[in-house]
Design a binder for this molecule. Structure first.
Ligand SMILES: *Cc1c(COP(=O)(O)O)cnc(C)c1O
Length: 353
């Protein structure tokens, strides 16, 4: 604290991201990055962009990227917004599309950035409990609200919600914006982008950080009715005209164009997930059904914090949340088959059998 701080800064409670350790030789399974690198075509596109041209500002609208996304999903460019990571896109959504007269609704166990944005933009919220199986019950969300947001699949549980439930929510909730945060949808979920044409209050966000292996490049997007997109453009153009630099734009376009590499790497992660779940279950873990690139698992005989510490001593880092209801769980990012094997060996070395 400092006497130079505004009263607003004093009461902010910022998000704490997963650790990015500086130590070498760690098996890093804590922040849901992709274990495979980006497409070689992405690297080529970024290299081609490196040069003289960097003296010029990038395209403020990211038109080529919007076009690539529109082509990928067979939608119109006017339905696409792009930003500096989906976190920035989400921030603009909270700022520009959620109301203040009723609470914003999201799950109690969910992406912990949501309450942080509520603090930043002074939006009241209500966190609705997951059911006893850690599932989102969208029936609970039919009540007065300033907006609704949830990840699908949910984080940190990995559990997906079927599109039919989302559509039924949209039919009953027509007066506020419903945001589906699809950060992990490419690992086995079903995208709600197919519904945006029919529901003008639906906004779908995605990121290139996970399924497209570009967490380091910072690119995210939103898809929805052109009126919703225009609100985001207004916020963006009141904040930063050039959120995506030339390298990010070039890399992101190439990532959407290289469909083969994308489906290969997502397929490999999904395959490894099946193997890892079976191995964890063989060691006595209960694993929630995951459609994401991570699993949420608890062991009846060990505390989550204890296992996370034991793994860390063995150079494997996973995520543990010190929060009611989920403090027994570990969130483990799916690694390469080799990384997953190191994790399993480390657990056995600690005494699990
Ligand atoms: C990772 C993640 C994001 C943020 O992604 P970035 O594009 O890297 O900012 C958003 N929502 C959820 C649920 C995530 O897990």
């Amino acid at each position: 604290m400092s006497r130079f701080w505004s009263p607003f800064v004093e009461k902010l409670v910022p998000y704490v991201p997963g650790e990015q350790p500086k130590i070498a030789n760690l098996v890093k399974l804590n922040t849901n990055e992709n274990p495979y690198g980006p497409s070689p075509k992405v690297i080529d596109a970024i290299r081609a962009e490196l040069g003289e041209g960097l003296r010029l500002y990038p395209d403020p609208n990211g038109d080529r990227l919007k076009q690539a996304v529109a082509e990928y999903y067979s939608i119109n460019v006017e339905q696409v917004f792009v930003g500096n990571g989906s976190d920035e896109v989400l921030a603009h959504i909270f700022h520009g599309l959620f109301q203040h007269k009723a609470p914003l609704l999201f799950p109690d166990i969910s992406y912990s950035f949501y309450p942080v944005y509520c603090g930043l933009y002074e939006i009241p919220f209500e966190a609705l409990p997951l059911d006893e199986h850690y599932q989102i019950n969208l029936g609970d969300y039919i009540r007065p609200n300033a907006g609704i947001i949830f990840p699908n699949p949910n984080a940190p549980t990995g559990c997906p919600v079927g599109l039919e439930h989302i559509e039924s929510l949209l039919q009953k909730n027509t007066d506020s914006v419903v945001v589906v945060d699809e950060a992990y949808v490419d690992f086995g979920g079903e995208t709600a982008i197919s519904l945006v044409g029919r529901y003008p209050n639906l906004l779908v966000t995605q990121t290139l950080s996970k399924s497209r292996s570009l967490a380091g490049l910072r690119v995210g997007l939103a898809v929805g009715h052109p009126d919703l997109i225009e609100a985001l453009e207004r916020i963006k153009n009141s904040f930063n005209s050039y959120p995506l630099d030339r390298l990010a734009l070039a890399g992101a376009v190439a990532a959407f164009e290289d469909r083969d590499y994308f489906s290969q790497t997502c397929g490999a992660v999904i395959e490894s997930r099946t193997v890892l779940v079976a191995e964890l279950e063989a060691l006595g873990f209960h694993v929630l059904p995951s459609a994401a690139n991570f699993v949420f698992a608890q062991h009846p005989s060990y505390e989550g914090a204890e296992l996370a510490a034991a793994l860390r001593e063995r150079r494997v880092i996973v995520r543990h949340f010190n929060k009611p209801r989920i403090d027994k769980f570990l969130r483990i990012t799916i690694g390469t088959p080799e990384q997953n094997a190191v994790l399993i060996e480390a657990l056995k070395d600690y005494g699990l059998a």
